[in-house]
Design a protein around this ligand. Structure first.
Ligand SMILES: C[S@@+](CC[C@H](N)C(=O)[O-])C[C@H]1O[C@@H](n2cnc3c(N)ncnc32)[C@H](O)[C@@H]1O
Length: 223
C-alpha cells in the first residue's frame, strides 16, 4: 500500500485517514447527532471511528437487520447509528456497565429522538447473558465493542444469541498493537487472542479481519 506514497513515513496513517473519511457524508459525529459528552472527554477517546460507524450501518441495512445487540454503549453514538439503520420497526439492545456512560447515552438517545428504538441494559454483559438467552428472539446482528479482556469468554454465549446465517462484528481486534505482540502485555490483548484462537478453530463460520481502525472481525454464523 505504501509503494507509491511520497509523503513522510510518519504521515502515512493520517493521509490514509484523510482519504478513507473523504467519501463519508459527515466529517464528525457531531455533524449528525446532538451529543452530550462526558465532561473533559472527546467522543474519539472511546468511540468507534467514522468509517466503522458507517460500516455498521451498511451491515445492518444490507442484512435488513431489525433486532440488533450491542455490547459496549459508551455514550451511545454507535447505538444511534444502529438505531437509525434498523428503521422505525427495528430495535437495538445495548449493554453498558458504566453508570455515568449509561446515563449520558440515555440522554443522547432522547435528544436525538431514538429512545423508543433502543433498550439500554445497564449491567456487566457477563451478568446479562442469561437473561438475554431467556428472551424468545435471537438477534439479527451483534456488535461486540466492550470488555476486551472477556472476549474469549463472551464469544460462544454471544454466538448462541445470534440467528443462524447472521453476522457478528467484533471491534478492536488489534488492541492498539497488543494483539501483534508474541505475548500480549495486557488483559485486553490476551482476551482478544483467546477469542481469535477459538475463531480459528470454528469449522463453518466464515470470518475475515478488516485491517482498518483498531481492527474489526466479521463473523458469519452458518445457517
Ligand atoms: C469502546 S467503548 C464502546 C464504544 C461505542 N460502541 C461507540 O462506538 O461509540 C467500550 C464500552 O464498553 C463498556 N464496557 C466495558 N466492559 C463492559 C462489560 N463487562 N459489560 C458492559 N459494558 C462494558 C465500557 O464502559 C465502554 O463504555
Amino acid at each position: 500500500m505504501k509503494q507509491f506514497f511520497k509523503g513522510a513515513e510518519a504521515d502515512f496513517y493520517s493521509q490514509l485517514e484523510r482519504v478513507t473519511t473523504s467519501v463519508l457524508p459527515i466529517k464528525s459525529v457531531h455533524d449528525k447527532w446532538d451529543i452530550q459528552l462526558k465532561a473533559g472527554v472527546t467522543y474519539e477517546t472511546l468511540g468507534s471511528d467514522l468509517s466503522g460507524l458507517h460500516f455498521l450501518q451498511l451491515l445492518v441495512r444490507l442484512g435488513q437487520c431489525k433486532h440488533v445487540l450491542e455490547v459496549g454503549t459508551y455514550i451511545g453514538v454507535s447505538t444511534l447509528f444502529l438505531a437509525e439503520a434498523v428503521g422505525e420497526d427495528g430495535r437495538v439492545v445495548t449493554v453498558e456497565v458504566g453508570e455515568e456512560f449509561a446515563n449520558i447515552a440515555r440522554e443522547n438517545f432522547r435528544r436525538n429522538g431514538l429512545l423508543d428504538r433502543i433498550e439500554l441494559i445497564h449491567s456487566d454483559v457477563n451478568l446479562s447473558l442469561t437473561s438475554l438467552r431467556q428472551r424468545a428472539q435471537l438477534f439479527d446482528m451483534i456488535f461486540l465493542d466492550g470488555d476486551k479482556a472477556s472476549y474469549g469468554r463472551l464469544l460462544r454465549p454471544l454466538l448462541d444469541l445470534l440467528r443462524p446465517g447472521r453476522m457478528m462484528l467484533i471491534d478492536d481486534i488489534f488492541c492498539n498493537g497488543d494483539t501483534l505482540n508474541p505475548e500480549p502485555e495486557t488483559d485486553k490483548g490476551q482476551g482478544v487472542r483467546d477469542m481469535l484462537a477459538q475463531i480459528a478453530t470454528l469449522p463453518q463460520h466464515v470470518r475475515v479481519i478488516l485491517p482498518y481502525g483498531n481492527g474489526q472481525l466479521l463473523l458469519l454464523k452458518p445457517t
